[in-house]
Design a protein around this ligand. Structure first.
Ligand code: PMP
Length: 355
């Protein structure tokens, strides 16, 4: 029996994507050769990479200034690549969670960073807002969705300073203006595909001004010039991401999936707010549609039984992040409404039988 996988990443993927990826590993397009054996220089793989870039551009409605790259090193490498490619005198960062704070730590190794807003003192339970972006900053770095604490930016800042956004945990989950960003990046393993590839969207017109002589892999312009094939790309991760983008296209793209994501999140948050055994963690207006974090009010009394009930209902991956505790249900694009309903039913059942 397939489990309902609420893990934060790597995370659940659509069943049809897993079937198609598995088939391609066994025999790619009936060619008698596996996807993971074909040369990345072959016509077949170049077609995969071209479609993966074009479809991402189409789904995000990107203009001609923006280009899509598929890179390695995870979102974590982008914490360094962004400042290496854009930072001249100083950059502004918003500290809205532990990954935002890791991005700051890496950028500080490269140049001057100003933390212009932070919710750290309140355990990252809200998204900092109403901050002023210094007019002399080379860029503003924000994190659209805080995977660990479950907060999400609903309204993006309005500024003339180029905005860089870590979208690892909510990319392509909603209909936003993706052209608004100078750079956006996301490790694939949440909403895009398997681990091993990172999607980076860059505004080409903003590159090449720092004068740094970068190692080739760290230079976006090198990857742009080679269509993401400056070195051997992670073929399996790119192909499976393409399959997932095709699936997303069939769901109506960001507009279509946003409706479903809102329905799922509402179902779960309504139960957290209604059920006297549970409580949410973050301020309501900033609640994430992707990572729903909550606590049991009486862990001593209910934790063991709730965990067992989840297990019996085929639910996995609902444990909270190690520094936060409690529960975190990651309900990315591929989690069906039915899975969320199963979790809600278990919460109702706990109330009925153990209150
Ligand atoms: N940023 C965010 C918002 C994340 O959730 C994560 C991973 N959980 C990262 C960055 C780091 O990503 P990676 O593991 O791909 O380096």
């Amino acid at each position: 029996m397939k489990k309902y996988n609420f893990s934060a990443g790597p995370s659940t993927l659509p069943e049809e994507v897993i079937q198609q990826a598995s088939q391609a590993v066994l025999d790619f397009n009936n060619k008698g050769i596996s996807l993971i054996e074909i040369s990345h220089r072959s016509k077949d793989f170049i077609a995969i990479m071209d479609e993966a870039r074009a479809l991402a551009k189409k789904l995000m409605k990107l203009d001609d200034n923006h280009e899509v790259l598929y890179l390695q090193g995870g979102a974590s490498l982008q914490f360094s690549m962004v400042p290496y490619n854009l930072l001249k005198s100083k950059a502004a960062y918003v500290d809205s969670g532990n990954f935002a704070s890791m991005a700051i730590k890496e950028a500080e190794k490269i140049g001057k960073i100003e933390i212009i807003a932070s919710s750290k003192q309140d355990k990252y339970t809200y998204i900092p807002k109403d901050y002023a972006v210094p007019s002399d900053a080379d860029y503003l770095h924000i994190t659209s969705n805080n995977t660990v604490y479950g907060t999400e930016i609903k309204t993006f800042p309005n500024t003339n300073i180029p905005i860089v956004c870590d979208m690892s945990s909510d990319i392509l989950s909603r209909n936003i203006n993706y052209n608004k960003f100078a750079i956006l990046y996301a490790g694939a393993q949440k909403n895009l595909g398997p681990a091993g590839v990172t999607m980076v969207v860059v505004d080409k017109t903003l590159l090449g001004t720092t004068g740094r002589n970068l190692p080739s892999y760290l230079d976006y312009e090198v990857h742009l010039a080679k269509d993401s094939m400056a070195n051997t790309p992670p073929v399996f991760a790119v192909y499976t991401t393409l399959l997932n983008l095709r699936w997303l296209d069939k769901q109506g793209g960001p507009e279509g999936i946003e409706k479903k994501n809102k329905e799922k999140a509402e179902l779960l948050y309504n139960e957290i707010d209604r059920n006297p055994l549970f409580r949410g963690i973050c301020v309501k207006e900033d609640r994430s549609l992707m990572n729903v974090c909550f606590f049991l009010n009486d862990e001593e009394k209910h934790k063991a039984i709730f965990d067992q009930m989840c297990k019996d209902a085929n639910i996995v991956g609902v444990g909270g992040y190690r520094t936060v505790g409690g529960y975190r249900a990651s309900i990315y694009n591929a989690m069906p409404l039915e899975g969320v309903q199963v979790l809600v039913n278990v919460m109702k059942e706990l109330e009925k039988t153990h209150n």
